[in-house]
Unconditional design. Structure first.
Length: 156
């Protein structure tokens, strides 16, 4: 077990044991040189979407943060896959791009997505610090409140 997985175990951070089958005509991640592009991840856990709704309407701020954290765990799941099972090969999180499904008057998108950013930094330390976009949107697939994609630099 590497340093990153040991840190996760110490903190009780677990990844999903399986992933749902995507319905889109896309792959969950792609690598170009030392960059890994991870497709938008929603709050699904072991094959099920576990948080749904719209922030400011039928999804609380706290549930939105929970959704963001689950999205980050799913990103790490695919990052591990892209690193052939060795998360110590993840050098730097370059960017998180986050979308929050919310009402027109909801304006706390960055605070919701902090839950994902905090998790990435907790797991990867300095290498988890990243640039970020957090915007509100009218709709997301399957009634989910948050979707996050990522760009990572990895080591060979």
């Amino acid at each position: 077990m590497g340093k990153i997985e040991a840190r996760m175990n110490e903190r009780g951070i677990t990844l999903p044991s399986k992933f749902y089958t995507p319905v889109a005509n896309a792959v969950p991640w792609r690598r170009a040189g030392n960059l890994v592009f991870i497709a938008g991840q929603g709050p699904h856990w072991d094959g099920e979407f576990v948080v749904k709704g719209r922030l400011g309407e039928d999804c609380s701020f706290e549930r939105g943060q929970e959704a963001a954290r689950i999205c980050a765990l799913n990103i790490i799941y695919f990052l591990r896959e892209a690193c052939q099972g060795d998360l110590d090969r993840a050098a730097n999180c370059m960017m998180l791009q986050a979308y929050v499904r919310c009402t027109d008057d909801f304006n706390q998108q960055p605070a919701v997505i902090n839950a994902a950013s905090d998790l990435v930094i907790e797991v990867f330390g300095e290498g988890g610090q990243h640039a970020r976009t957090a915007v509100g949107v009218n709709a997301l697939p399957r009634d989910i409140p948050v979707e996050i994609s990522a760009i990572w630099e990895v080591r060979d």
